[in-house]
Design a protein. Structure first.
Length: 609
C-alpha cells in the first residue's frame, strides 16, 4: 500500500510527488517542507497544522450538493447549515469556519451556556444559531438576549419542562422571544458506534404524546407562531444510508402533521448531523456506504415526496454536520524518536576468534544472500536460530553468541523481505508481522487521538516523506506516555507498513490525518502532556505562510492549569538547589538556568534535532 490509501480517504486534498506528501492546492507546499520550517525555529514535539482552505472546500461541497439536489428535484424550500461547536471549539478552528462560511451565512450550533456565548459573539448577524441540549432558565434567558441582540436563534426543546421555562421567561420579560424548535424522538435509530443517538431509548427528544402537549402549551401561551422548526438526530458518523432514509420519512411525517394541525409558522426541518467522513485507508473497510451526492439527493427527494403527498409546502432544510466540515482541515505531524530494533544493527556484531559452527554458517548466509537464494537462505536461517536458542538453553553457547545469532537472523529476514517485496505468500506476511517494528512517536495518543484510545477510531496514518521507496516494516506505534494503552498496535486486517530508517542519520515524520473533529476538544492531559504546537497554514499561488501560532503550554503553565502555584513551584526548586552540597556556586547558577529553561518548555521529548 505504497500510497497509504490516499485515493480512499484524502478526497484529493493531498498527493504524493517526488516522494513527499503535498497539499493539492495552489502552490502545493509539502508537509515536510512546512514541518522543517517550523522546527527550524526551535519548536519540538508534535505539530497540529490547520488548513482553512479545506474547511472552505467542505462548506462549498455541502452547499453546492444540496443546491444541485434542490434544483434537480424542483424542491421549493431552501438549504441552511450550522456548525456544532462541540466538534471543535478551538479559536482558530471556529474562526476559520465562520470566515470560510460567511458567503453562505453559515451559522453555529451550541449545546451549553459557554458554547451559546461563543455562538453569540462569533456568528454573523443574519446567520442562524441553533441551541440543543438540556437547558436551565439562565441558558434559555441567554437565548432571549441573543434574539433581542438581532440574532436568528432557535431554541430546540428537549423536554416539556424547557418549554414551560420559555413560556415563563416570555411572561417575565420584554425581551424578544426566540424561535422555538421541537426535537422529535424518532422510532428510527442510526447505525455504527453512535446508533444510540436515535430510537425510542435515545437521550434526547419528545415523544409523539409530548409533542401534542407542547403544541397545546404553545397555543395557550400564544407562542405557537414562534414554533419554527422540528429537529432530529440519529447519530454521528452515520455509516449506512438506509437508517437515514427511514428517519427522514418519519420526521417528514411529523413535520407535515404539525403543519396540518395549525403550526403555520413551522417552516424548517433540522436533520441534525452525522454526515460521515472516511477515516479508513483500506477499501475493504470503508467507514460509510454513501456519498455526499447520494446523501443530499436522498434528503431533498424524500422530504419533497412526503410533503407533496401530504399537500404541505416544502420546508427549509437545516443540517448540523460538523465532522464533515472540519475533520480534514487538521493534520497531526509527529517525529519518530526511536525504533526498537536498533539493537539489531550489524555494527553491534562482536564475533570471537572461534565462533560456533552455526554462527559461522549464519555469517555466510548473511554475506551471500541474493535474489535467487533468499528464500532458501531465509529458511536455513530460521532453522539455525531455533537450534542456537536450544543450545543457549542447554548452556552450550554464551550470551554473546546468542546476541550475534539474533542480529544475523534479524538482518537476514529483513533483507529477504526487501528482496521478495513482490512476493505475496502467507509465510512472508507472517514474517513481516513477527518482525514488526515499534516506532516511538513524540506525541500522546490520549491528548491528540483520544478517539483511537476511547472507541478504536482509525485515522489515516502515513509518513510524509520517503514515499518513493516501498515501506516494508510492519509497524506498531508507541506514544511517550507511561500507559500501555498509548499504542496503535499492528493490525493484520488493516496493516500499517513504514520505512526502515536510521534515525541517527535523519528524522522520520509521520502524519495523522482527519483529526480536526473532536480530537482537540476530547484530548486529555494524561501524564500532563499538553496540546501540540498549532499553526494555521495559508496557501497562495506563490507560496504559503505560517499564521496563528499557538505554542504548547510550558510545564509550569500545565501545572498552573491544574491549580498549582507557579511561583511556589519555582521557589521550591530554587531553594532546594541552593541548599544542596558538593557543587560550586557557579555550578548552582548554571544548573538553575537549565532548570528554568526546562520548566518553561513544553513537556514533549527533545531528543531530535
Amino acid at each position: 500500500m505504497k500510497n497509504f490509501g490516499l485515493d480512499i480517504w484524502a478526497n484529493k486534498n493531498f498527493i504524493i510527488e517526488e516522494g513527499e506528501v503535498r497539499l493539492n492546492y495552489k502552490s502545493m507546499p509539502s508537509l515536510l517542507e512546512i514541518t522543517k520550517r517550523i522546527r527550524d525555529n526551535g519548536t519540538r514535539g508534535p505539530l497540529l497544522l490547520r488548513f482553512p482552505h479545506l474547511i472552505k472546500k467542505q462548506i462549498r461541497s455541502l452547499y453546492s450538493h444540496f443546491y444541485s439536489a434542490i434544483e434537480e428535484n424542483e424542491y421549493k424550500g431552501s438549504f441552511n447549515a450550522v456548525f456544532p461547536l462541540k466538534v471543535n471549539q478551538f479559536p482558530h478552528a471556529v474562526t476559520a469556519v465562520v470566515q470560510e462560511g460567511k458567503e453562505y451565512y453559515y451559522g453555529l450550533e451550541a449545546g451549553s451556556k459557554a458554547e451559546l456565548i461563543l455562538a453569540m459573539t462569533q456568528t454573523p448577524l443574519g446567520a442562524n444559531i441553533t441551541v440543543n441540549g438540556f437547558k436551565d432558565k439562565e441558558m434559555i434567558t441567554l437565548g432571549f438576549i441573543a434574539a433581542q441582540s438581532g440574532h436568528t436563534i432557535t431554541l430546540t426543546i428537549e423536554g416539556l419542562g424547557e418549554l414551560e421555562t420559555i413560556i415563563a421567561v416570555a411572561k417575565e420579560s420584554n425581551l424578544k422571544v426566540p424561535n422555538i424548535g421541537l426535537r422529535v424522538r424518532l422510532h428510527s435509530a442510526g447505525s455504527g458506534v453512535w446508533a444510540k443517538s436515535g430510537g425510542m431509548d435515545a437521550k434526547f427528544g419528545l415523544t409523539s404524546t409530548e409533542i401534542l402537549e407542547a403544541v397545546s402549551l404553545l397555543k395557550a401561551a400564544k407562542l405557537l407562531d414562534n414554533l419554527s422548526m422540528i429537529h432530529f438526530h440519529i447519530g454521528s458518523q452515520m455509516v449506512d444510508i438506509a437508517p437515514i432514509k427511514r428517519a427522514l420519512r418519519e420526521a417528514g411525517n411529523f413535520y407535515a402533521e404539525l403543519k396540518k394541525m395549525g403550526a403555520n409558522a413551522l417552516e424548517n426541518i433540522n436533520i441534525g448531523g452525522g454526515l460521515a467522513v472516511e477515516y479508513d485507508q483500506y477499501s475493504h473497510a470503508k467507514s460509510h456506504n454513501y456519498s455526499i451526492e447520494e446523501f443530499s439527493s436522498s434528503v431533498v427527494f424524500l422530504l419533497g415526496e412526503i410533503m407533496d403527498a401530504k399537500g404541505v409546502a416544502h420546508p427549509n432544510i437545516f443540517t448540523e454536520s460538523g465532522r464533515f466540515i472540519v475533520a480534514s482541515h487538521a493534520v497531526l505531524i509527529t517525529p519518530v524518536l526511536e525504533l526498537f530494533t536498533q539493537d539489531y544493527h550489524e555494527k553491534l556484531l562482536k564475533f570471537k576468534k572461534n565462533n560456533p559452527p552455526l554462527i559461522e554458517e549464519l555469517r555466510e548466509l548473511n554475506r551471500l544472500l541474493n535474489n535467487k537464494n533468499c528464500i532458501e537462505y531465509l529458511h536455513d536461517a530460521l532453522d539455525h536460530i531455533e537450534s542456537l536458542l536450544t543450545l543457549f538453553d542447554l548452556g552450550y553457547i554464551d550470551l554473546q553468541d546468542r546476541s550475534n545469532a539474533e542480529i544475523l537472523v534479524h538482518n537476514i529476514i529483513k533483507k529477504s523481505l526487501y528482496l521478495t517485496a513482490s512476493y505475496n505468500t502467507d509465510e512472508l506476511k507472517q514474517l513481516q508481522i513477527n518482525l514488526q517494528e515499534r516506532y516511538l512517536i513524540n506525541a500522546s495518543i490520549f491528548q491528540s487521538l483520544p478517539d483511537y484510545w476511547g472507541i478504536k477510531q482509525d485515522f489515516p496514518i502515513m509518513p510524509i516523506h520517503h514515499l518513493n521507496a516501498d515501506p516494508l516494516r510492519a509497524a506498531s506505534l508507541w506514544d511517550i506516555t507511561c500507559d500501555s494503552d498509548g499504542e496503535i498496535g499492528f493490525n493484520p486486517e488493516k496493516p500499517l507498513y513504514l520505512h526502515d530508517i536510521n534515525l541517527d542519520e535523519e528524522d522520520y515524520f509521520l502524519a495523522f490525518f482527519n483529526v480536526g473533529a473532536y480530537q482537540e476538544t476530547l484530548g486529555m492531559q494524561h501524564n500532563l502532556f499538553t496540546h501540540p504546537s498549532e499553526y494555521t497554514i495559508s496557501i497562495d499561488d506563490e507560496s504559503y505562510s505560517l499564521q496563528n501560532n499557538v505554542a504548547s503550554k510550558s510545564i509550569l503553565n500545565v501545572l498552573a492549569s491544574l491549580g498549582y502555584n507557579e511561583q511556589e513551584i519555582l521557589n521550591k526548586l530554587k531553594t532546594d538547589l541552593q541548599k544542596s552540597d558538593f557543587i560550586t556556586e557557579k555550578e548552582k547558577s548554571d544548573t538553575l538556568t537549565k532548570l528554568e529553561t526546562y520548566i518553561n518548555q513544553n513537556g514533549y521529548l527533545r531528543t531530535t534535532n
